[in-house]
Unconditional design. Sequence first.
Length: 330
Amino acid sequence: PVVWYQKIEYAVQHWLSKAFENTFGCVLCTPGCFSLFRASALLDDNVLKTYSRTAEEAAEMVQYDQGEDRWLCTLLLLCRSGYNVDYCANADAAANSPDTFTEFLNQRRRWIPSSLINHFDFVKNGQNITKHNKNLSIWYIIMQGIIFISNVTGPAFIIIYMPSALTFSGISLSTAYVIIIIPTALHLAICLTCTKDVQIRATAICSLIVALLFTMGLATSIFAILYESSNYANYFIVFITAVTFLAGLLHPLEAGNLFYLILYIVGTPVMFLLFYNYAICNINDVGWGTREQKKDNNKKSKKSYFARFKHIISLWMDKWLNDMELRLKP
């Protein structure tokens, strides 16, 4: 399920978000595994010097080290040379994604604060960006500001929507709020006080609870739309789902990801509520969290010997090529 969720998540982001940003301005973030950068842009003094700078303050630790691809794209857009980041829908790319809940949670623990701080930095410097970059307008900056506010207030929207959806099943509004707030508040308290292992287990359990509650609320909302009067919030969810489904049909080679659409819809409140809690409460953790292996100082693996042998051969080849080049010179 973790991999399935990421498949539809990446698909929706590229079908809708990246395409929309590319049409009205430029892409704010390109995943490093799906990106191709021009060398002249990366070697620009305004980009390379800042990108290679060592983080010294707390905000710099989050912005520089927790999301290298987002930080690089932000630098390219902030640069006075006016670089642009485009989205190519015809490109084919693949990447290895986290396949366990713990690894996925650690990945989002880095991504969420990094995305927010880079997004805020882009909006804050929007006036200067429009002066140097002809591809961006002030209206695009305003739109990104609205998106940033919606991302910040997303957890509040989920907490407001879910109780209203549960009321269609006969539960009173006050009781529905208690049902939603208790697991969220309990999870927040655990993330603030307990160890990392306990936080991960609590996040997994609370994620299951919130997903089940949202599924029940979604089912009652659909029933209300079909057989009873409904509010505009329910129609909004249906509209978003229909747009996503249509976008998938317009990409027939990737339409198979629509099988995971229900998982994406159910996982959205989990991402906004619990993953945000975990990320913000562990914002002081600047470890990478994924693709890390514990080092064993007592044992030397065969791979280390092979790496040394490969390094020696590489040095010998370089020396041999240099000698041959000197001999061939007139």
